[in-house]
Design a protein around this ligand. Structure first.
Ligand SMILES: *[C@@H]1O[C@H](CO)[C@@H](O)[C@H](O)[C@H]1NC(C)=O
Ligand SMILES: *[C@@H]1O[C@H](CO)[C@@H](O)[C@H](O)[C@H]1NC(C)=O
Ligand SMILES: *[C@@H]1O[C@H](CO)[C@@H](O)[C@H](O)[C@H]1NC(C)=O
Ligand SMILES: *[C@@H]1O[C@H](CO)[C@@H](O)[C@H](O)[C@H]1NC(C)=O
Length: 534
C-alpha cells in the first residue's frame, strides 16, 4: 500500500519543504509560526492584487508619471501587475500546499527559499502601499469605492472560505488540551464569523436598487478621442470615437508661436517628446513651450507613429493593417479641424487650456471657435481663468465647472470632476437639481456600472468602444433580494459548520485513540518503501 507516497503527498511535501524524501523525523523550527506567516502574506498579497486590479482603471497615471521622470515610455503598470500576479499565485499555492500538508498530517518544514520569497512579497506590498499613500493618494477613494461593486461578492466568498477553514479550526479546537486554548479558539472564531456573517448590514451600494429605479445609461465622452483605437488627440482618434456614438470630444488645447490653437496634451518641458517625432525633425533642440514652434513646424511632425511603436494600451494588435497605416500617418490637428468634425456630427467639444498663460490663450481660442461657425451650444467651456470674458464674448457657450463650489457660486448647471470626488449620494443630489454631472476618466466596466447606478449624466472614457456595448450595469439587485441571498448563504454556512463540528466531535475520541497506532504503522510503511527504492 503506497498511499503514503501518493503523488499528492509527494508534490505537497516537495513544494513546501523542497524535500522530496521523507523528513518526518527532521523537524523544522517554529513550523506553525511559518504557517501563520504564509497565511498572512497570502492575505496581504491578495489584498495588494485587489488594489492593482482596481487601480487598473487609472493605469495611465503611473505610466505617465514614469514618462515624466524617465522621458521614456514604458508600460510600468503592466510590469507591476505581472509581478504582483506571479507573487500572489505563488503565495496562494504555498498556502494550499501547507493546508494539504496539515490534512495529510505531514510536517510543516518551510524551505528557506520560500521564506525569502515571502519576505520579498511583504516588501513589495509595503512599498506599494507606501507608494500609493505618498504619490497617488487619490487612489484610496477608488479602492473604497470599488467595495460598493465587490463587497456583496467578497462577503459570499468570505463565508465560503470560512466554512472550509472551519474544518481546521474545529480540529484544533477538539485537539486542544488546555481549557484556555479552547476558549481562545472559540472566541476568535465566533467573533470573526459574526463579522463575516453580518457585514452585509453595513454594505451600501448604488446598485442595490430596484430595476425600475435604474437611471438611464450615462453618455460617453471620448477622452482625447478613442485613445485605445488610435493615437490620442489625432483626427483619426476623434473619428473613431464618433463610431462609438460619443456625445462630446474631450481634448487639450495649446497655442503655437503664430497663435494657432492646436491639440496636444503634454505641456512644459519635452511636451512633444511622447507623442511626436520631434527628435527626428528637430534634432538637438529642446522645446519646452507650445510657442516655441509655428503651426507650420508643428504640422510637419508625425503624431501617430509612437502609438504603433509603444502600444500604450496593448491594443495595436486589434487594428487592421489599413488602420495601422492610417495611425502611422497622423499629424497634430488644429482645434479648427476638430470643431469642423464636431459641427458635422453635432458633437460637443470639451477641452482644457494647457498653457501657463491661460489669459492670452483664452482670447485667441474663443476667436478661433467663433470664426469656425460651430453652434455655441456645442462648446463646453471648462478653463476657469477668464470665464467672465468668455461669458460676455460668447454667451452661448455652456459653462462647465471643475468643482461644486464655483458652480454653485456662479449658478452653473454643468460639472466635470474626477469620479473619486463625488459620492453616490452627492451625484444623486446634483442630478435632482438638474445639474449635469460628467466624471473622468472611467475606463472599466465595474466603475462605469457603479456610476450608472448613481445616475451620472456622462463619463469621459478611454474605452468608449467597450462601454458603448454595455446595455446594463454589471449587476443590479433589489435590496430585498440581496437580503434574502445573504441570509440564505449565512444560514447554509451555519448549518454546514454545525454539521462539521458535531461530526468532528463524535469522531474525535475515536480517531485520537486510533491515530497514534496509525502513525506508527505509516512510519513503518514509509521506511519499507525507502529501503525498497534504494
Ligand atoms: C521656448 O520658449 C520659452 C518660453 O518662451 C523660451 O524660454 C525658450 O528659450 C524657448 N526654447 C526654444 C528652443 O526656442
Ligand atoms: C497620409 O497623410 C497625407 C496627408 O495628411 C495624405 O495625403 C495621405 O493620403 C495619407 N495616407 C494614408 C495612407 O492615409
Ligand atoms: C444636436 O444634438 C442635440 C442633442 O445633443 C439635439 O437636441 C439637436 O437637435 C441636434 N441637432 C441637430 C442639427 O441634429
Ligand atoms: C428639473 O427639471 C425638471 C424637468 O425639466 C423640472 O420638472 C424640475 O422642477 C427641475 N428641478 C429643479 C430642482 O430645478
Amino acid at each position: 500500500m503506497s498511499q503514503d507516497d501518493s503523488c499528492c503527498r509527494f508534490c505537497s511535501r516537495g513544494f513546501y519543504s523542497c524535500n522530496w524524501k521523507h523528513s518526518r523525523e527532521k523537524k523544522g523550527r517554529y513550523p506553525r509560526c511559518w504557517l501563520s506567516v504564509v497565511a498572512l502574506v497570502s492575505v496581504l498579497t491578495l489584498f495588494w492584487m485587489y488594489i492593482c486590479l482596481i487601480t487598473y482603471n487609472d493605469r495611465e497615471d503611473i505610466n505617465w508619471k514614469g514618462f515624466t521622470v524617465l522621458k521614456r515610455w514604458v508600460n510600468w503598470f503592466m510590469v507591476l501587475i505581472i509581478i504582483s500576479a506571479v507573487l500572489t499565485s505563488y503565495c496562494i499555492l504555498l498556502l494550499l500546499f501547507a493546508l494539504f500538508q496539515i490534512a495529510l498530517r505531514e510536517p510543516l518544514n518551510l524551505h528557506w527559499l520560500h521564506k525569502i520569497f515571502l519576505v520579498l512579497g511583504v516588501i513589495l506590498v509595503i512599498c506599494g502601499v507606501t507608494g500609493i499613500s505618498l504619490a497617488w493618494r487619490k487612489e484610496w477613494p477608488t479602492v473604497l469605492l470599488s467595495l460598493q461593486a465587490t463587497a456583496p461578492f467578497l462577503q459570499i466568498g468570505g463565508v465560503g472560505a470560512l466554512t472550509l477553514l472551519s474544518w481546521l479550526v474545529f480540529q484544533s479546537f477538539h485537539g486542544a488540551h488546555a481549557a484556555g486554548s479552547k476558549i481562545l479558539i472559540a472566541v476568535v472564531f465566533v467573533v470573526v464569523s459574526a463579522a463575516i456573517f453580518l457585514c452585509p448590514l453595513l454594505i451600501q451600494s448604488p446598485c442595490l436598487i430596484e430595476q425600475s429605479k435604474l437611471p438611464p445609461k450615462p453618455k460617453l465622452i471620448g477622452h482625447r478621442g478613442a485613445p485605445m483605437l488610435a493615437p490620442e488627440n489625432t483626427m483619426m482618434s476623434f473619428r473613431r470615437s464618433v463610431e462609438c456614438n460619443v456625445t462630446a470630444f474631450e481634448t487639450d488645447v495649446q497655442l503655437s508661436k503664430d497663435r494657432v490653437p492646436f491639440l496636444m496634451h503634454d505641456n512644459k518641458s519635452g511636451f512633444l517628446l511622447r507623442t511626436t517625432n520631434v527628435k527626428d525633425e528637430f534634432p538637438g533642440q529642446d522645446f519646452s513651450h507650445s510657442t516655441n514652434l509655428t503651426w507650420e513646424d508643428l504640422k510637419r511632425l508625425n503624431a501617430g507613429d509612437w502609438f504603433i511603436k509603444t502600444d500604450p494600451f496593448s491594443t495595436v494588435s486589434q487594428l487592421t493593417a489599413h488602420e495601422k497605416e492610417e495611425a502611422r500617418n497622423q499629424s497634430i490637428p488644429s482645434l479648427v479641424e476638430l470643431l469642423n468634425l464636431a459641427k458635422q456630427h453635432n458633437i460637443s467639444v470639451l477641452f482644457d487650456l494647457k498653457s501657463d498663460n491661460q489669459d492670452n490663450d483664452t482670447v485667441d481660442t474663443v476667436n478661433a471657435i467663433i470664426k469656425s461657425g460651430i453652434a455655441p451650444s456645442l462648446v463646453l467651456w471648462l478653463p476657469p481663468a477668464e470665464r467672465d470674458y468668455v461669458k460676455e464674448t460668447a454667451p452661448g457657450f455652456i459653462q462647465v465647472y471643475d468643482n461644486t463650489r464655483d458652480m454653485k457660486k456662479e449658478g452653473g448647471k454643468h460639472l466635470n470632476v474626477n469620479y473619486g470626488n463625488l459620492s453616490a449620494a452627492e451625484i444623486r443630489e446634483l442630478r435632482r437639481n438638474n445639474v449635469s454631472v460628467n466624471l473622468w476618466v472611467v475606463n472599466e466596466r465595474w466603475l462605469f456600472s457603479l456610476l450608472w447606478c448613481s445616475g451620472t449624466s456622462s463619463v469621459t472614457t478611454n474605452s468608449c468602444h467597450l462601454l458603448q456595448d454595455m446595455n446594463h450595469p454589471d449587476w443590479v439587485l433589489g435590496p430585498h433580494i440581496y437580503k434574502m441571498i445573504w441570509i440564505a448563504v449565512d444560514v447554509a454556512s451555519l448549518l454546514i459548520m454545525t454539521g462539521l463540528f458535531i461530526f468532528q466531535w463524535k469522531t474525535c475520541w475515536f480517531s485520537y485513540k486510533k491515530g497514534t497506532k496509525k502513525q506508527r504503522n505509516r512510519q513503518r510503511h514509509g521506511k519499507e518503501h525507502i529501503s525498497l527504492t534504494s
